[in-house]
Design a protein around this ligand. Structure first.
Ligand SMILES: O=C(O)c1ccccc1NCC(=O)[C@H](O)[C@H](O)COP(=O)(O)O
Length: 215
């Protein structure tokens, strides 16, 4: 079984190289200033140039306005956009049409009812990303990248009309169980391959990609 991996929140060349050497399919660059993983367009442009032709480059945005997308995409070459906020299906479709890039929409899951929106988004996206919804009590939660998992059994035996990725609290130790339960053929990780928020660990990236290769 092949499981394609995305390493999200890449901020430095060492992490990028570990992702490329371990044969990640995608790397993610975060454009959300409140995140410890956020990059300026100038920083991302350097990493994006190094990644070109070796790994697909995903730009992560949270409810971006047109000006932010224009400013970022004017400076950084990206292969896909990841929308990780409260973007409506209509806004997702608008972004996809206007910037002409494939779009992945994060759908945040805490309980079965949270999956009810999938058909609406599936009509307008290229890929769905299932991530954990942070509980309200978690006051300092980010819109994603919180090292939280959801109940993977909610996806067991389900099929979806578009390609999809599993994310949320994955790490080298739990990847096998997560994939076996959900049947995911693509996964996304950030916190689980870090030494602390925003600081990637090349050895953990290698371990995650190795675990994926052994599935
Ligand atoms: O990583 C962030 O800081 C971030 C900020 C705002 C929205 C989303 C964010 N990250 C999302 C991801 O890194 C992944 O797509 C995914 O949710 C995995 O996160 P993690 O649970 O940390 O592995």
């Amino acid at each position: 079984m092949t499981v394609d991996c995305k390493i999200c929140g890449i901020r430095d060349p060492e992490a990028l190289r570990a992702a490329v050497q371990g044969r990640a399919r995608w790397v993610g660059f975060v454009f959300f200033p409140r995140s410890p993983r956020s990059l300026t367009p100038e920083q991302a442009a350097v990493l994006s140039a190094e990644a070109a032709g070796r790994v697909e480059r995903v730009g992560l945005f949270v409810d971006p306005d047109d000006a932010l997308l224009d400013a970022t995409l004017g400076r950084v070459d990206l292969d896909m956009l990841q929308l990780h906020g409260s973007e409506t299906p209509r806004r997702v479709a608008e972004i996809r049409a206007r910037w002409g890039l494939p779009v992945m929409k994060a759908i945040k899951i805490a309980r079965a009812e949270d999956l009810a929106v999938v058909p609406d988004y599936a009509e307008v996206v290229d890929c769905i990303l299932f991530d954990a919804k942070a509980p309200k009590e978690m006051v300092d939660a980010l819109p994603g990248g919180n090292a939280l998992s959801f109940d993977w059994r909610l996806l067991a035996g389900r099929s979806w009309p578009k390609p999809w990725m599993l994310s949320g609290g994955l790490n080298p130790e739990n990847l096998t169980e997560a994939v076996n339960l959900t049947g995911a053929d693509a996964v996304d990780v950030s916190s689980g391959v870090e030494v602390r928020p925003g600081v990637k660990d090349p050895a953990r990236i290698a371990a995650f990609l190795s675990a994926a290769g052994e599935l």
